[in-house]
Design a protein around this ligand. Structure first.
Ligand code: HXH
Length: 351
């Protein structure tokens, strides 16, 4: 009976104690179903500490494990922020999802070039990929139980037959960059659950491409264990039926499903208004209703849906301020700017 047991007991007490939001605790309520996560960075671990400790039992680094931040230059890694996140998770007994190893964004140009700026060849890029994955995955073997190995590799434009998105990875290595990434990750940590992660994963034409990609990988025996559905949705879209259909289809591949980056924007995708200083009551009511329906659905599928992570702990910690519309505020999460529970929180926890 080691210190881990004592830590668990302590955290149960802390998690259950009355804090700013009454005596409710989101992750304890969901313990019979799946862990509840949030993305973090070193700043949020301070500014949102109480909320994170009380309500979330899984953490994802919002940015600090991405290639550009953890491996910004050739033969130079910066683990400082990622180590802080891993240490916090260890101290407070939180799971950690790793995000992300191979992606077309937030990956420095040097990765694809030699010292003179010329593109490197396939063998050289595979070697770099392997070295990067081996270094990062091995370092966090004790802390990270699953990795988003490849992020957003599927083309989502409808006006092309292309399955994979154009990227340096694809152009230099070819489509097998995906299976190589999974093989390298598996070699670095045979116990880690390995995920393919993408957005718009419930949109039928993209859903089917993701399904086929993962099916082909599984058929080839590639070590892939799950699909991450990012869940960057809004209060109007997608429909519960569309989410259900996607869950059913992916689940038929006998992989685990994680909701990896959940937020419900109060704006439709093409809405560009920037005038709102506060969300309207209608928006907050609709958001609460949608969150209720979505979590009801998630609970129904908790045999295959094994993790749900929000992309932020509260409305003052969201990438959706200024994105995709500059100068716009958004209110996509369960806690407000002052870290108080919103209607949506009450609807997710009252069942
Ligand atoms: C996610 N991408 C990433 O996985 C995560 O690492 C990051 O922190 C936030 C979101 C979502 C995304 C997908 C496509 C995209 C933007 C974000 O492309 C657009 C570009 C311009 C306008 C709209 C979408």
């Amino acid at each position: 009976m080691g210190s881990l047991w004592i830590k668990r007991r302590l955290n149960l007490l802390i998690g259950g104690r009355t804090m700013a939001n009454g005596n409710q605790c989101l992750y304890r309520k969901y313990q019979p179903y799946f862990p509840i996560g949030t993305c973090v960075d070193p700043k949020a671990l301070q500014t949102h500490k109480d909320l994170i400790i009380q309500h979330y039992n899984s953490l994802t680094a919002e940015n600090h494990m991405k290639f550009a931040l953890i491996h910004p230059r050739h033969e130079y890694y910066d683990f400082s922020a990622a180590d802080q996140i891993a240490a916090f998770a260890n101290d407070y007994d939180k799971l950690v999802r790793g995000h992300t190893l191979v992606w077309h964004n937030q990956t420095p140009d040097w990765v694809f070039q030699d010292l003179t700026g010329q593109p490197i060849d396939k063998a050289a890029l595979l070697k770099r990929m392997e070295e990067h994955i081996h270094t990062v995955v091995s370092r966090y073997r004790k802390h990270i139980y699953c990795w988003d190995v490849v992020n957003e590799a599927v083309e989502d434009k409808e006006d092309t037959n292309a399955v994979l998105r154009d990227s340096h990875w694809l152009r230099i290595i070819g489509p097998e960059f995906i299976e190589k990434a999974f093989e390298y990750a598996h070699a670095a940590d045979a116990n880690a659950l390995l995920f393919y992660n993408d957005y718009n994963a419930c949109t039928p034409h993209k859903r089917d491409k993701i399904y086929n990609l993962v099916k082909n990988l599984k058929d080839k025996g590639v070590p892939i264990h799950g699909i991450g559905l990012q869940g960057h949705w809004n209060i109007y879209w997608p429909s519960i039926d569309e989410i259900r259909a996607a869950i059913e289809k992916y689940a038929s591949l006998e992989v685990e499903l994680h909701i990896t980056e959940l937020d419900l924007s109060v704006f439709k995708f093409d809405d560009v208004r920037t005038d709102l200083k506060e969300p309207t009551n209608e928006m907050m009511e609709l958001q609460a209703k949608r969150y209720e329906g979505i979590f009801k659905l998630f609970r129904e599928y908790s045999d295959v849906l094994t993790s749900v992570t929000f992309w932020g702990a509260a409305d003052d910690q969201t990438w959706l301020h200024d994105f995709p519309v500059k100068g716009r505020t958004n209110w996509p999460l369960l806690f407000d700017m002052n870290h108080h529970p919103k209607q949506a929180f009450n609807r997710v926890i009252d069942f």
